[in-house]
Design a protein around this ligand. Structure first.
Ligand SMILES: NC(=O)c1ccc[n+]([C@@H]2O[C@H](COP(=O)([O-])OP(=O)(O)OC[C@H]3O[C@@H](n4cnc5c(N)ncnc54)[C@H](OP(=O)(O)O)[C@@H]3O)[C@@H](O)[C@H]2O)c1
Length: 280
């Protein structure tokens, strides 16, 4: 596993293991255990995935030293004030059975109830202050955001004392959010790519299949190689042992500039989320 350097100097494995929809219990437990056995050293979970307990148990049972595993969780939308954010963080930590997190993210910038009168701006500022305090107290090694577009980041930066290290957004071949990508690159915020397989849509895409055949690789491996070539940090999810293993075989694939452009421009129907209109 190779690493990126976050803007606070912390190293982060260039690929993480996604766990959304990996059901708490045997499924999440076994898939995280398999992932760690296969060589993943970075696990992405969130309060809303409701699987932190199983993820944590797998981390403990893996026998891998804690400091060798990078663990991310995310603050859910119902905890958008200072006290709630701190409490939600402690609950995540407890469920995971850990005494610190490597990365903690604000999951969404503007949950629906906070859109009236732009309340989200004040709430994000409060939540960020809680996260900054937890960071200063040594309970989180890096703090960041998720699904933030440039205007959400600009608002946050008006009061932030610590710069976000990461923005986790939907990015995949065919889902290239140019504005947010340019913004984060310019400001030194690492882009994590959720839904790196277009949440499954890429597997039926002819252009991707052609490129995969040319390289004698799977569509999944090509999608991850594209993400890495763009300097993103992909978070592939699978609960299937063979896929967990084969997805990891995405390093060292040399995509040409032309192939990268084709992958960038293909069409994925579901596209990027309309963050300011999400129904939650
Ligand atoms: N911050 C956010 O708002 C946000 C939102 C969504 C996701 N995420 C994070 O990003 C991670 C990845 O996103 P995602 O789970 O939505 O989608 P994804 O990783 O793009 O796609 C997952 C789907 O692809 C399938 N799959 C995996 N490898 C495959 C392979 N080699 N061949 C064929 N199918 C394969 C999986 O099936 P099986 O599992 O059945 O193998 C699953 O159905 C999440 O798990 C989560 O950690 C974050």
């Amino acid at each position: 596993m190779t690493y990126y350097n976050l803007n606070n100097g912390v190293s982060i494995p260039v690929l993480g293991f996604g766990t959304w929809k990996a059901e708490n219990g045997e499924i999440a437990y076994q898939s995280v255990l398999e992932a760690l056995k296969a060589g993943y050293r970075h696990i992405d979970t969130a309060t809303i995935y409701k699987n932190e307990e199983s993820v944590g148990r797998a981390i403990q049972d893996s026998g891998i030293p804690r400091e060798e595993i990078f663990v991310t969780s995310k603050l859910w939308n119902t905890n958008h004030n200072y006290g709630q954010a701190r409490q939600a963080f402690e609950e995540s930590l407890e469920k995971l059975g850990l005494d610190y997190l490597d990365l903690y993210l604000i999951h969404w910038p503007n949950p629906k109830p906070l859109r009236e009168n732009d309340q989200w701006k004040i709430r994000n500022s409060e939540v960020w202050r809680a996260m900054e305090d937890l960071y200063q107290e040594g309970k989180i090694r890096a703090i960041g955001v998720s699904n933030f577009l440039p205007h959400h980041l600009n608002a946050l930066l008006e009061t932030a004392k610590i710069f976000p290290a990461v923005n986790q957004v939907r990015l995949a071949p065919g889902v290239y959010q140019e504005e947010v990508v340019d913004y984060c690159r310019e400001k030194g915020i690492l882009l994590e790519a959720w839904g790196p397989f277009g949440q499954g849509e890429l597997f039926d895409q002819e252009e991707v299949k052609e490129i995969a055949a040319r390289h004698e690789k799977s569509v999944a491996q090509i999608a991850l190689a594209w993400s890495l070539a763009e300097g993103f940090l992909p978070l592939p999810k699978s609960v299937t042992t063979s896929r967990i293993k084969s997805n990891l075989d995405c390093f060292g694939i040399e995509l040409s500039q032309e192939e990268r452009e084709i992958l960038k421009r293909i069409t994925v129907k579901s596209g990027a989320p309309k963050v300011d209109e999400m129904d939650f």
